[in-house]
Ligand binder design. Structure first.
Ligand code: AMP
Length: 368
């Protein structure tokens, strides 16, 4: 990413150069839950309530939330404000927010361990977003890949919120002075921007924020591909090639059986085409090591039967998704519980947000 029109210190460019020289720093490797001073390190992430959650949300984000809540100070939110950039109609927002809450909890997120809240309940976010907007340049925002995608997909609704989406995301993260951000691979560029905005604030007003980094336990960030081999699983696009946590068993089997394959390899140990690699990738997520090794060996000696492989994958997916789906359905029955979760989460998040905003206003000299 190049911001050559802007001075280095303004763009956070010094830290960018540092990272180029040591690019392994880009994605944090298994950090200790506590820092050198012995206090818990801070983690923040969020998911938009724009539809049913899918396997990509689980393996890109939620799986890490569940592990990190044990050792870190965690803030996880339902990003309802972000959803308004593409879904201005709020008729279904309440049920979508409830669904995201229930789906996270069904996957193992524990509201007693992490602060689990709704973005719009924390007004401090909007204040920090405003200040950060003065530090974000139109040129860099217009170059964001996700912005360009949205412009292509929805030319009738290119609003300013869409343009400043990464600024709001930065506000969410640094509002808690978070260091680690468990996200999928699609968020890499946004995290780069978050580091730039945080650094730019620090350079102009004084050190307030740590540099946030995208996080996946000891690995590269995850991209769960769609079943037809084109792009990634997504809440709103390509729904027949996306496995949702709410899909019924037969639907899961049907979608998996439709995954793209071919006549099979004709030469031993040949390289797998992307769409076959994707099926092996999905198998790696939900099947046992034995199963994976068997089909890998079959592929390498050209005896693989993709029909059998997809049948096995379909069953392993059903075994993975069905218990989550059943838990979601029972959690959704209890609206009072979900309201309590949001209120308790917002109380915790507000304490941290208010502490940060005091530092921000002092650093900016807004304390007359
Ligand atoms: P979103 O659905 O865009 O609100 O994203 C919520 C979280 O899920 C973010 O951390 C994304 O990076 C992650 N995510 C969404 N789709 C995928 C995917 N196909 N593979 C991996 N992570 C994903």
């Amino acid at each position: 990413m190049s911001f050559s029109k802007f001075p280095l210190w303004e763009t956070g460019g010094f830290s960018y150069l540092r990272r180029l020289m040591n690019s392994k720093e880009e994605i944090a490797k298994v950090p200790a839950g506590k820092n050198e001073a012995g206090s818990k390190q801070i983690v923040m992430s969020g998911i938009r309530p724009t539809g049913f959650l899918h396997l990509g949300n689980y393996f890109g984000a939620i799986r890490n939330y569940v592990r990190m809540q044990e050792d870190f100070e965690c803030y996880f939110m339902v990003a309802d404000l972000h959803s308004l950039t593409t879904h201005p109609d709020t008729k279904e927002l309440k049920s979508n927010v409830h669904r995201v809450l229930a789906e996270n909890i069904a996957c193992g997120l524990d509201p007693d361990k992490a602060a689990f809240y709704c973005q719009s309940h924390i007004y401090e976010t909007s204040e920090l977003y405003l200040y950060l907007n003065m530090l974000a340049y139109i040129g860099e925002l217009e170059k964001t890949v996700t912005f360009k995608d949205k412009v292509r997909q929805h030319p009738e609704n290119i609003n300013a919120g869409l343009l400043t989406y990464p600024v709001l995301q930065t506000a969410d993260i640094i509002l808690h002075r978070a260091k680690f951000v468990p996200v999928g691979k699609d968020q890499e560029q946004h995290l780069e921007m978050a580091r730039n905005f945080a650094n730019r604030f620090n350079h102009r007003y004084g050190e307030v924020f740590p540099e946030p980094v995208a996080f996946n336990y000891n690995q590269e960030l995850v991209k769960v591909p769609s079943l037809d081999g084109s792009g990634k699983m997504s809440k709103s696009e390509n729904q027949l090639a996306t496995l949702f946590l709410a899909d019924e068993d037969d639907m899961i089997r049907k979608k998996v059986m439709k995954a793209k394959t071919d006549g099979g390899p004709t030469e031993a140990n040949s390289v797998k085409p992307d769409y076959i690699e994707n099926i092996f990738g999905l198998m790696k997520l939900v099947s046992t090591e034995d199963v994976l090794q068997k089909f890998d060996a079959d592929y390498n000696n050209c005896t693989i039967r993709y029909g059998d492989m997809k049948k096995q994958l379909g069953e392993d997916m059903v075994n993975f998704i069905a218990p989550i789906r059943n838990r979601v359905n029972s959690i959704l029955q209890d609206e009072k519980y979900l309201k309590d979760v949001m209120e308790k989460g917002a109380e915790k998040a507000r304490v941290s947000a208010q502490k940060t905003m005091k530092l921000v206003r002092e650093a900016m000299g807004l304390t007359y």
